[in-house]
Design a protein around this ligand. Structure first.
Ligand code: BTN
Length: 256
């Protein structure tokens, strides 16, 4: 396999890939680990990374994109991952903004996109697409507090998957979609992302970065991939970060 660093155990593949990006590794270079000691999720959360059960990988991108377009990489990566899982596993995959992968209402994977400093010469810029997928994980392998909310490809399809082949399919689709983003724009990618949007039209709760909770209906993503939520007073909030989820217990139905 070309342009890939395979490691048994790392702290975080995103950390290793950042060092390699700074050292000049090319577009498409990847770091894949058998397990992570400090796998990182969004918003400072940990990503449980038990040995041999999941895909833990980071793909380095040096896309032909202006800095203001870099935010589009996040949804593009979510679409790439969902398409491959649908094709390989024959499962219906939903996306939760910005890029959680859900199957049958449970989280099966997530993406953590980070960038180098985007100051200075454009040819030094890079993005890191960190991908975590619960592949062959059995129920008991999840920590008890995750057992209800998490799932794996194995639990959903009853089949085990070869992790590196799955990874190669994901890398190849991601590079294809990043090329499309740079040369044809975001419209087609966004439309396909919207078809899988599990929050669209649902009642959600948004935990803002300042710790406030806002309840409202998800209006979906705009042409730049920014999510909007309309609260009960009719005010529309642009969601740039934080955590959005379906209203608990109500499965996304309106709060009475
Ligand atoms: C999330 O859902 O919050 C994103 C999870 C991303 C986890 C992956 S596993 C490989 C890569 N390395 C990390 O430390 N995190 C990402």
């Amino acid at each position: 396999m070309k342009d890939i660093l395979l490691l048994e155990t790392v702290d975080s593949t995103n950390r290793v890939a950042r060092d390699l990006g700074t050292a000049g590794k090319p577009h498409g270079y990847a770091v894949v680990a058998g397990s992570q000691l400090h796998g990182r999720g969004r918003l400072g959360k940990a990503w449980q990374s038990p040995p041999g059960k999941g895909l833990y990988a980071t793909i380095l991108l040096r896309p032909c994109l202006e800095v203001k377009e870099y935010s589009k990489i996040t949804l593009t990566a979510g679409l790439a991952l969902s398409q491959v899982l649908e094709e390989v596993c024959q499962l219906d995959v939903a996306l939760k903004w910005p890029n959680d992968i859900y199957i049958s209402g449970r989280k099966c994977g997530g993406i953590l996109v980070e960038t180098s400093s985007l100051q200075g010469e454009a040819d030094g810029h890079f993005a890191l697409v960190g991908i975590g997928v619960n592949v062959n994980t059995e129920k008991e392998a999840f920590l008890p507090d995750l057992r209800k909310s998490a799932t794996s490809l194995f639990l959903e399809s009853g089949k085990e998957y070869e992790i590196l082949s799955l990874f190669e399919a994901i890398r190849s689709r991601l590079l294809q979609l990043i090329f499309q983003l740079a040369h044809e724009g975001f419209t087609d990618i966004l439309n396909k992302w919207r078809e899988r949007d599990m929050l669209q039209g649902k009642w959600t709760q948004w935990l803002t970065p300042t710790g406030e909770v806002i309840y409202g209906e998800s209006l979906g993503v705009d042409n730049n991939g920014i999510l909007s939520v309309r609260d009960r007073s009719g005010k529309i909030h642009e969601v740039l970060s934080g955590d959005v989820s379906l209203t608990p217990q109500l499965g996304g139905r309106e709060i009475i």
